[in-house]
Design a binder for this molecule. Structure first.
Ligand SMILES: [Zn+2]
Length: 444
């Protein structure tokens, strides 16, 4: 294949390999109660695992997945006993409450916590940077279900939509992100009242603390979240924050900063990055009132300009971490890293073969939300490969793009009998004829 055979890749963390995580996901599904009284020819675990496999393989649609089911490999690699056809899959999954999937997400996350795999993601004194972001992933004038958000327009027409609050551990130096279980923003049961991002965030942080009472987080969000009730919610759950602010939305805060500047209380700081020809320019001031109505909510304020020959970029944030010339640069990088959740999470889902907005089927109750959750779960497993699996990284580097990687992965999956995902990745790296794997495993 043109690769020197003397290359021996670094050891792979076996508990974070695709095969180990598929097994874990599968046993998580198997422990969920199946409330169906009749027609249990296909188990709930098989239906969930089939949908998970569909997203894991990036099948372009449920129909495409149904046509090319490759039963043999779905059995050996994903542990599925019986694969449902498209209509039974939708029927079985529609009544499943999305919240039952939480333990599966947490069990995968627990694998990250083993053997220092999370270490590359630590940011500022052992904290993890947690990006939160609301996204709309479905919108239609006609298709809708009981959980759709419902907007009635002035002309009497309606729009139905699905949104969720996405959450991911990010790091300024890492391309990979670790998605956590998202919080669906859905119509509240029976009330017909629309849910909103603020309520979803409240639910999310409460569950985050239940699942991870001891992890230290710095939450990073866009400027809409820089409001007093939200900051108080974060504070109540022991979460630090770096939140965007805009002069237009926070005129009082920016006036107070101006006043502090006149009083000589503002600190200026500059850092030159000659290698890339950029100057990082900061001004910051601690202990400012967030707004006139909530002067008791005190925040530390950072304003930042990135100056190069061709352009000036400007950002501002508030944080509860006291700002000094020592930490203002990493705080800025933490604030700016937030785009990763859009680039790496949402855009990956949309553009890199996940067909996030493609209609896999909507259902009448929860199907749309269950599919969105399973897609995130497949993405979580992929990110474990991207960050921790040397074999996956080698295949990705060799093929040059994720799109090509998924394409080749599917092609092999549908044509060859394979014992494991490891065998599939090895075949992609060495070619199918290579008899003995060079990649070693450790059991850390
Ligand atoms: Zn819906």
């Amino acid at each position: 294949m043109g690769f020197p055979m003397s290359i021996v890749a670094p050891h792979v963390r076996k508990h974070l390999s695709a095969d180990a995580l598929f097994h874990l996901v599968r046993s998580g599904f198997a422990s969920l109660p199946d409330h169906r009284l009749d027609d249990t020819e296909i188990s709930l675990a098989d239906a969930l695992m089939s949908a998970f496999a569909m997203f894991s393989l990036k099948a372009p649609s449920l129909l495409a997945f149904d046509k090319e089911r490759a039963e043999g490999n779905l059995h050996t690699i994903y542990g599925i006993v019986r694969v449902p056809c498209d209509t039974p899959m939708r029927t079985i999954l529609d009544p499943v409450s999305p919240k039952v999937l939480r333990p599966v997400f947490t069990s995968v996350f627990r694998q990250w916590q083993r053997g220092k795999a999370l270490e590359p993601m630590t940011f500022l004194d052992g904290h993890y940077l947690l990006a939160l972001d609301g996204t709309e992933y479905f919108s239609s004038k006609t298709i809708h279900c009981a959980s759709c958000l419902h907007r009635v327009h002035r002309n009497g027409s309606s729009t139905y939509a699905h949104q969720m609050l996405g959450a991911a551990i990010i790091h300024p130096d890492q391309r990979a992100v670790i998605p956590l279980m998202p919080e669906p923003i859905v119509n509240c049961d029976g009330t017909g009242k629309n849910d909103c991002q603020r309520n979803a965030t409240k639910r999310f942080v409460a569950k985050l603390r239940q699942d991870h009472p001891h992890l230290k987080f710095i939450v990073t969000e866009e400027s809409l979240s820089s409001n007093a009730p939200h900051i108080e919610t974060l504070h109540a759950h022991g979460l630090h924050y770096i939140l965007g602010v805009k002069a237009g939305d926070h005129p009082y805060l920016f006036q107070q900063v101006q006043a502090a500047e006149h009083a000589g209380r503002v600190t200026y700081y500059e850092r030159h990055d000659r290698a890339v020809g950029v100057v990082h320019r900061f001004r910051f001031v601690n202990d400012m009132p967030l707004n006139a109505a909530h002067t008791h909510v005190r925040v530390h304020f950072i304003e930042y300009w990135e100056v190069s020959d061709t352009q000036v970029q400007h950002f501002s944030w508030v944080t509860d971490i006291r700002v000094s010339t020592r930490n203002v640069y990493p705080l800025m990088r933490g604030g700016r890293a937030r785009w990763k959740i859009e680039n790496e999470t949402c855009n990956t889902l949309k553009n890199q073969g996940y067909h996030f907005e493609h209609n896999y089927g909507h259902g009448e109750q929860h199907l749309s939300v269950v599919f969105a959750m399973l897609m995130r779960l497949a993405f979580l497993v992929d990110q474990a490969q991207q960050l921790c699996c040397a074999l996956f990284q080698a295949v990705w580097a060799k093929l040059g793009s994720k799109r090509l990687l998924w394409e080749r992965m599917r092609a092999l999956f549908y044509t060859d009998a394979l014992a494991s995902m490891q065998q599939l990745f090895e075949a992609l790296f060495y070619g199918l004829k290579k008899p003995t794997p060079v990649f070693g495993f450790d059991s850390a």
